[in-house]
Design a binder for this molecule. Sequence first.
Ligand SMILES: Nc1ncnc2c1ncn2[C@@H]1O[C@H](COP(=O)(O)OP(=O)(O)OP(=O)(O)O)[C@@H](O)[C@H]1O
Length: 595
Amino acid sequence: MQPVESDHVTIPLVPTGNGSAGETKLSFSGISYAIARRHGPKQVLDQLSGTFRSGRLAAIIGPSGAGKTSLLNVLGGFRTRDVRGSILINDRELSAGSYRTKVAYNTQQIALLPNITVKETLEFAVDLRTRYGKSKVRKRKTVEDVIALLGLDKCAHSQVRVISGGERKRLSIAQELISEPKIMLFDEPTSGLDSEASYQVVSYLRELARQDRCVVSVVHQPSSDLLELFDDIYVLSSGRCMYRGSLDGMIPYFENVGLVCPQYYNRADFVLKITSPSKPEISKVYQSMHQMESIVDNIQTKPKTKLSKLGSQYPTSHWHQFITLTRRSALSTIRNYILSILRLGGLILLGAMIGIIYYDIGNDASKIISNTAFLCISLALVVFINAVAVVLSFPMEITVLTREYQANCYSIAAYYFAKLATDFVPMIIGNACFHAITYYMTGQPVELDRFLRFGAILLLTGWFGQIFGLFGGSTFSIQLAPFVVPVAILTMVLFGGFFIRFNELVPFLRPLTHLSPFKYAFEGVAQSIYGFNRTDLACSAGSDDARVCPFQTGDQVLAMLDMDQADYGVDVGGLAVIVGVMHVVVYVCLWVKVR
Ligand SMILES: Nc1ncnc2c1ncn2[C@@H]1O[C@H](COP(=O)(O)OP(=O)(O)OP(=O)(O)O)[C@@H](O)[C@H]1O
């Protein structure tokens, strides 16, 4: 395995498919992709064939909607459903896992965690994307080499959220380089960049190609200067290939079919103009393309094979993935000051506020309604804070998860458990602070067992809030989740037994109470405070008059709440079951979302 030298950096290369470090070739033939629609299928890609070779930088160009991204999705292995045709690397059809190690696909959407630095991003990428057996020294060297190659030295220690658009693009390319792929696909790496930055990015791609990689990029309306950087061009229009071959051969080819590019005209603009679906020239070009197939076709067609669904041969073990993702997630969470403050500070502040509002009412028989309101509002706040903290951060993370999962870096289970583990610690700390403050300030019975029973219910409730936030974040869009999650929580609170007693609900709604975590939580905290042989409450109104203090024993309060038959153990069990089921639901939602 020979390293390939560039001007100033050395990037070691992985062996090619046949074990030699020779030319790498990505060939595809008969690629068709149709989308089923109610009014008939839409042919997005139509019998596409071609070959991209290492050492050469290739561009895919074409009018908007031509199918450029779709083709790249197919070649990158991101789209396999409804696709026909064959893809070969060095004339061999590879197993799914092997394919993924050789092909890196940089999608248009940049998915990076904002609160970790450029260098850390690459270090985590090395840990997740390189196979076992690579020493720490080699990993560090790989990161340093990639940083140097893509000119990221100046921003290496800056957090991703502050770096420029061009640097983000280059960082996202750098991440793909970590696994030392032989074939790299880029979808519009210059979108959103000014001409200078675009030129810089494409120059880097050219550099990568010159390092014996096969590099293919979709480019949208490239300037003349930018186009010059490419060696080969693949022109698409309405899902069909209009030209494939060298850049220099493109204009003569169109001249051959009677389409002459005016002098001093940008070649890319000319090609986009004549391949626009609304232009009559397009059918002429397409017919000609078929007649001249033998001239430009350099495909070695193989028997058609079905594109297999990509498998899951991860570079590292599940345990290693879990540890690395937990470290990354913890770092990202700690650096997300606003969310940390909202979560921890918010619960402490709200605890103090609740403590002041309901100050010392816990043992007062004349303030039982207020005390039960305190119990209910505490549960609702704990769920809200924990859910909202996750809803706000998760949609950003899910783009990173989707991209890294599709790039076969790790399993969904590893990510999921790492996420749960990272979020669990701030949840416990925040809940414990809230509990201690409110329990003490509101004057609840100073008995350790009651304190712990109440705390256990609050912990499960906070846990529910966290998993419900994950459910909202993984199921709904970022616009919808912050609306749907609080509304759903409020609805569940309604069925908790405080705002309406269970026996007063209309009969057909009563079964719904069993689905509300607040039913179990409210019953549980009410049992903790008023059950377990609670000593009689004092009547601060100074009178034992039943009109001022109608309920002075714990049992009377529970009977008033229609909870005298409730069982603390059942409530803890009910909450635990709901939390458990929600974990399974969220896992399935994540699985569906990222696939
Ligand atoms: N999932 C889908 N459902 C319906 N239509 C789709 C889907 N995916 C792609 N298409 C359609 O297929 C065509 C090709 O889409 P694609 O995104 O590949 O084009 P493109 O050449 O990359 O376009 P652009 O340059 O505008 O990004 C478009 O007409 C698009 O609307």
